[in-house]
Design a protein around this ligand. Sequence first.
Ligand SMILES: NC(=O)c1ccc[n+]([C@@H]2O[C@H](COP(=O)([O-])OP(=O)(O)OC[C@H]3O[C@@H](n4cnc5c(N)ncnc54)[C@H](OP(=O)(O)O)[C@@H]3O)[C@@H](O)[C@H]2O)c1
Length: 337
Amino acid sequence: MSEPVRILVTGATGAVGAALTRALDAAGHRPHGVSRRGGTGPRQHTWSAGLEEPPPALRRTWDVVVHCAADTRWNLPEEEAERANVAPLRAVLGLAAPGTHFVHLSSSYVTGLTGDIRSPSPAAYRNSYEWSKARAERLVHAERDSADIVRFPVVMGARADGSLDRYSGFFWLPSSLCSGAVPAMVAEEKALLDIVSTDDVADHVVRLVAGGPPTGRRLSILGRGEDAQPVAEVFETVRAALNSWRAEHGVPALDRLPSMTPEQWNRFYLPFAEEHLDRAQLLRVTAFRAYQGYLSVTEPFAVTHRVPDTVEVLHRSIRRWAETHQSSARRVPRAWS
Ligand SMILES: NC(=O)c1ccc[n+]([C@@H]2O[C@H](COP(=O)([O-])OP(=O)(O)OC[C@H]3O[C@@H](n4cnc5c(N)ncnc54)[C@H](OP(=O)(O)O)[C@@H]3O)[C@@H](O)[C@H]2O)c1
């Protein structure tokens, strides 16, 4: 009988890491997982990578290390983003031997505003998250002769039922639609929002693991590419999913939002809003500004692996979000004047 493959998944309690751990299990592997707080399943370890020495249980020879651990918040100061996304990677690279199959998970948005990861300047990226993830990719290139880098866009839940182990980033949208924090759909007319399911990422990584380490550094980019949903349709899918859930729970439907371009919003509405809104409303509007860059991507990602349609995945994931965040999903938005 052949030796089992020794696999370590970092960030194993996160949205992607947990789905990957289940997929590796289903493929007959017995992966170990690590996260800051530690998971509940078998072979789960606790380690704050980059902040403390690895525990003895992790200091062994790994055949495969899949690095999913990250902090996906966009608004960290640069030093904190570096501590969150670069220092942990450096520590995890220290657990990998030259022969280890190293798989690093990254974001399709890592190429920032210039279209590649080369710039060390924060000004070349939409935010400190992208900047730190680009820096992380450059570190993998510098430290590893062989590695898989897997980029993907916004992550939704499982294809079967939309379930996700952790909600972050994008789920600001359904929450804000229900609370009324989004006054308008601000997006470029031709903007696309590319989406994958956790299953797409997990299945891809399981296939990479089965194929063994690449010669050199290999980049995969998952997504729908030019078949991604236009942002306006994404908003409608999210609203339809919320309204189907709300109808079943006796909550009034959400109205369609007025749409406008970022240019119209920033030049005409925002200055007016800044003059007339109260502090709480202004805070919501300012928070909303951070998302505009992501709703204005008109160039499709050059995907290497096209995933199946994601409209149903989005619908199911939003319904699932509503089911698991009932007080947010039941809110009736206050009208903006
Ligand atoms: N979510 C998306 O839409 C998206 C899109 C594109 C790319 N990605 C990338 O996909 C990967 C996974 O993201 P995700 O959405 O699954 O993240 P997530 O749900 O926020 O989970 C993050 C995981 O990383 C762990 N972690 C964070 N810092 C750590 C550290 N210093 N040491 C050990 N564990 C640490 C967390 O542990 P605790 O449970 O203890 O907090 C958790 O298990 C990341 O590389 C991310 O950049 C995500």
